[in-house]
Design a protein around this ligand. Structure first.
Ligand SMILES: Cc1ncc(COP(=O)(O)O)c(C=O)c1O
Length: 443
């Protein structure tokens, strides 16, 4: 089928599928709901979408990880429960990885494999947000990954949030302090590079966050799901600067959330990592005994949170992760090189969007343009994000709205570049051009 003739896609078909899925508004739908909707439209119309809604790695998994897992399975690990806090060689290798690529010393004891960074944040919230009954609220530095707020809802935890875009640089201090002074904030969470905006905090901002975390005794959960993917700084040489920027250089009150999904293209294995600073791991919070059998932060994380969630992470996946980390630590595998493909796609896609009248929403990292990476954000003049998303679906382009990410920029959408290949750029161009021609009136 010649896809180009079908654009825009038949309104009636799409509207029927939207109704069938019971979606009140496409703009308010979760990422997974949009995935389902687009799958159905593609199936019924035969029209291949430019899919930008979900952050799925679009690259092959590294062979080292596959071999490590196969070997472990052949050695019989499938029938054995792993230790909750992880197999010993992996704990050592995570600690080494953190030293090599962040220049940080975290003892293997505090390096814990988890079922994705998704479980790492869930477990971290279970402990960090319950250290003190007076400090019962998390502060999200937004925009952010919507599921982490869902995790708060299912845990019955409170949160506050603000959109950081207008509070960059020195302005961040006052904004953060206005929340921390209230006395109710236990935990701060942000992702860096940021999902969805791809802004990256600089050293000055990380220092501000770290200093205030120490001053107000707040724990920072630093979500490094896109580890090393600010491609402006090549951190890929083990043990050599530059390193992944981190708040950990400025406070001991940190837990790092690390994902293997994007950096190592292992999303399907659901294996991630958590690293708790040594001082925090051993610190005691008597109020934790309201929920756990022990008052130790690290102890509660392992024998309270991770035990009750899944009693540890998949045994063979731990061996897969071990092998890739070994290869990366020994300099045999450059994990950044292959990922640069995402930056190339982002660059090409941003150019096309801007050529056809779209604008970048989160465009600046303080005074520099935001780098090209896994996500970018865009809008179309005169349209709110929800309306734009709905309209783009008719042109076979899917994304998510920024308003589900805690962003104040309700006109914006998030595009993920991972599922769009370079040979789809002509198709994307045709669709964007048609969209612009058909929507000139709204400008
Ligand atoms: C900011 C952020 N944190 C955490 C995750 C979850 O990562 P994982 O696949 O390791 O569970 C994602 C996945 O998209 C993410 O974007």
């Amino acid at each position: 089928m010649n896809s180009i003739n079908q654009i825009p896609i038949d309104y009636q078909i799409i509207n029927r599928i939207i109704r069938k899925n019971g979606l009140e508004s496409i703009g308010k739908s979760s990422i997974r709901e949009i995935v389902k909707l687009v799958n159905e439209i593609e199936k019924e119309t035969g029209e291949k979408f430019i899919r930008m809604e979900m952050g799925v790695p679009g690259l092959e998994p590294p062979q080292e990880a596959i071999n490590g897992e196969i070997e472990a399975l052949n050695n019989g690990v499938a029938s054995k429960y792993p230790m909750i806090d992880g197999i010993e060689p992996l704990k050592q290798e995570i600690s080494r990885f953190i030293k090599n690529f962040i220049n940080l010393s975290v003892s293997p004891e505090g390096c814990l494999p988890t079922v994705g960074a998704m479980q790492a944040s869930f477990a971290a919230f279970m402990v960090s947000c319950r250290r003190d009954p007076e400090m019962d609220t998390t502060l999200f530095i937004d925009p952010g990954f919507p599921v982490q707020k869902e995790q708060h809802k299912v845990l019955g935890l409170k949160y506050e949030n603000f959109d950081v875009y207008n509070h960059r640089g020195d302005k961040l201090r006052d904004k953060l302090e206005s929340y921390l002074k209230q006395g109710n904030i236990s935990t701060i969470l942000y992702s860096n590079p940021n999902n969805p905006s791809w802004i990256c905090f600089n050293e000055k901002e990380l220092k501000i966050i770290g200093e205030l975390a120490t001053q107000y005794d707040v724990v920072v959960l630093e979500d490094l799901a896109y580890f090393g993917m600010d491609f402006r700084h090549d951190i890929s040489s083990p043990g050599k600067p530059p390193y992944q920027p981190t708040v950990a250089n400025y406070t001991d009150n940190y837990v790092l959330l690390l994902s293997s999904s994007k950096s190592f293209s292992l999303a399907g294995e659901r294996i991630g990592m958590m690293a708790i600073s040594d001082p925090l791991f051993y610190r005691k919070f008597p109020e934790l005994k309201r929920y756990f059998s022990n008052e130790g932060f690290g102890y509660s994380m392992i024998f309270g949170a991770l035990y009750t969630l899944s009693a540890g992470a998949n045994h063979s996946a731990q061996y897969g992760l071990l092998e890739i980390l070994k290869a990366v630590n020994e300099g045999r595998y450059n994990f950044i090189e292959g990922l640069r493909e995402y930056a190339e796609r982002a660059k090409a896609m941003k150019q096309l969007f801007q050529k056809y009248g779209f604008e970048l929403v989160y465009a600046k990292d303080e005074d520099q343009p935001v780098s090209d990476g896994f996500y970018f954000t865009f809008s179309f003049p005169g349209m709110e994000g929800r309306e734009l998303l709905k309209e783009l679906i008719y042109y076979g382009i899917s994304a998510i709205t920024l308003d589900i990410t805690g962003s104040e920029r309700t006109e914006g959408l998030r595009a993920c570049v991972s599922q769009v290949s370079m040979n789809q750029m002509d198709d994307l161009e045709y669709r964007l051009k048609r969209f612009q021609e058909d929507h000139l009136n709204s400008i």
